[in-house]
Ligand binder design. Structure first.
Ligand code: ATP
Ligand code: MG
Length: 390
């Protein structure tokens, strides 16, 4: 069966694999434009399932679930990069799927991802693949100190161990159950930045202004746009790399590339996500088109436009830790009223009932007339919420 490539107009149903907060914000954007939505996620209370017209509560590889999603959807996307690529391939037999399973498969595997960067002429951290004890033994001393990362299924700093010595490396691989890993050299980072691009079915690529990202404990904490410390030359190089990386996968949809800016000013690619990204949540409130709307436009074949940042902003992630101030044991709601009394604050909560440490419960975007004004309000909001200053 040939997959229909016509423009999919509002009124049609858009499907999404995965029911997390990225799916929820995608559903919001799609519904605002008049689409219906269907979410496939096994969790009865998933953030996206709660707000979708239809919620198919099955596992990603459940045949009946996939058949139902394909039946109701005119096109299907993913909000979770670890959706099995074979599930996307199955859906693609009868429906337009964006991004395609083969692009998602590259992003799911750090080894393939790095090979793709290198193939595009984009620098990444010096690294070695470790699948066998022989490869472990053959690792060059140049890669130490380094970070051992599982090749698959890592996120928010999970599945990574920092190692200084060969003995620590051996112990770390044991701790990671000797699964396939990538050992990366520890690089002297000056800043972390990311670029979000959207690529249409016709090959047009647009990008959001570069974001500067602060991570704490391996989890994104604060995103600032415009990126305060990044030169025009570094930004242009990041944009060019991101366009190239998307085009060479024949990618359709929103793609985020994370980069490290090193202390010597060089820029290297870290990893990519085949979907909207946490570092792009500010686009809802600070840009004239959001990353989620661009995902809708890319998959439906509607025109893409070059996004414009209309307000300088900061985005603060609201982790579950904030529900347990001063070490209290019973979960308590942060003081939203005090935060919302500050002008320029935009609160987004994902509808997750249970707060846990490190769990992404929501985010707060602060927009201002100037970068300094936005930062001042963001620091006030952070103080109210118990987020350490940045
Ligand atoms: P994400 O939630 O973005 O998917 P992740 O768990 O996949 O995160 P990475 O992005 O690989 O992990 O690493 C998390 C953080 O660890 C980075 O943002 C960076 O701060 C630090 N880090 C990772 N690799 C290196 C490196 N080679 N040198 C220095 N710091 C690094
Ligand atoms: Mg990362």
């Amino acid at each position: 069966m040939t997959v229909n490539q016509d423009v999919i107009l509002p009124g049609a149903t858009l499907g999404v694999m995965g029911g997390g907060q990225l799916g929820r914000m995608f559903v919001h954007a799609a519904q605002a434009m008049g689409y219906r939505t269907a979410v496939l996620d096994a969790d009865a209370s998933s953030p996206a399932g709660l707000v979708s017209h239809e919620h198919i509560q099955t596992a990603y590889l459940d045949e009946a679930g996939l058949a139902r999603l394909a039946q109701v959807s005119a096109a299907i996307t993913t909000e979770f990069e670890n959706v099995p690529a074979q599930a996307l391939d199955k859906l693609a037999e009868t429906r337009l799927v964006a991004p395609a399973g083969r692009a998602v498969a590259i992003c799911q595997d750090r080894a393939r991802e790095k090979a793709h960067f290198v193939g595009c002429g984009v620098d990444c951290a010096p690294h070695a693949l470790i699948d066998t004890p022989e490869q472990l033994a053959a690792v060059s001393d140049d890669l130490l100190p380094g970070i051992l990362k599982t090749a698959r299924l890592g996120y928010d700093g999970k599945g990574q161990i920092r190692v200084k010595t060969r003995a620590e490396l051996i112990a770390a691989w044991d701790e990671l159950q000797r699964v396939g890993c990538v050992l990366e050299k520890m690089l002297p980072l000056a800043y972390e930045v990311s670029v979000i691009v959207a690529r249409g079915r016709d090959g047009q690529v647009v990008h959001f202004p570069l974001q500067q990202n602060l991570h704490r404990d391996g989890i994104l904490a604060v995103t600032t746009v415009p990126a305060p410390n990044v030169t025009e030359a570094v930004s242009q190089q990041a944009y060019a790399s991101a366009h190239q990386i998307a085009a060479s996968m024949d990618y359709v949809g929103v793609l985020c590339i994370e980069f490290f800016v090193l202390q010597d000013g060089r820029i290297v690619a870290n990893e990519m996500a085949p979907r909207p990204h946490n570092s792009g949540h500010h686009t809802i409130d600070a840009c004239d088109v959001s990353q989620f709307e661009l995902q809708v436009r890319a998959m439906t074949g509607l025109p893409l436009v070059e996004p414009v940042l209309h307000s300088p902003c900061l985005m603060l992630n609201l982790l579950g830790d904030l529900w347990f101030p001063n070490g209290v044991s019973a979960q308590q709601e942060p003081d939203w009223a005090a935060v919302l009394a500050l002008s320029g604050t935009h609160l987004h909560l994902y509808g997750k009932a249970e707060a846990r440490k490190g769990r992404k419960m929501g985010h707060l975007t602060v927009t201002g007339a100037t970068p300094a004004a936005a930062r001042e309000v963001a620091l006030k909001a952070a103080a109210i919420l118990g987020i350490a200053p940045f």
